[in-house]
Design a protein. Structure first.
Length: 141
């Protein structure tokens, strides 16, 4: 069974809990790391400060509305760097704004998902994300 390193960039504790539960319920081997703002996400990916020894994530779940640096800024910085632009980034956010959707895709997001409101639907969406990115697609090594 494949294993995957996932970075969740989320500032809402309830969404962190639901995402974590959904990933555990999938019974797919993964390591989940969580950061709570955009600057922490960049520090994690670029291995700065306390994140200097972290493993580069195979997949990033990124919220749009974040403190310090928003998700669009994080997405742009990662996708602009040749060393990290291969990492699939899924925008997982409450925003259904067409402006956010277009901006995410113009900055090379791999997909954009508006978080379902109902907890069961949210957990199902996260489970499907993980299943697709582990069992269906081939991720770069």
């Amino acid at each position: 069974m494949k294993s995957i390193q996932i970075l969740l960039v989320e500032d809402n504790e309830g969404d962190i809990l639901l995402t974590t539960q959904a990933l555990i319920s999938c019974k797919i081997t993964n390591t989940l790391k969580v950061v709570n703002d955009g600057q922490e996400a960049l520090d994690f990916v670029f291995k700065k400060g306390i994140y200097s020894n972290e493993i580069t994530p195979d997949l990033i779940l990124l919220d749009v509305n974040l403190p310090k640096k928003n998700g669009h800024e994080v997405l742009y910085k990662i996708k602009a760097d040749n060393k990290f632009k291969h990492i699939p980034i899924i925008m997982l956010t409450t925003s259904s704004s067409i402006i956010d959707v277009k901006k995410a895709y113009s900055n090379y997001a791999n997909c954009y998902i508006t978080k379902p409101v109902e907890p069961h639907d949210f957990m199902k969406a996260v489970s499907e994300i993980e299943n697709f990115w582990i069992n269906v697609v081939e991720l770069p090594q």
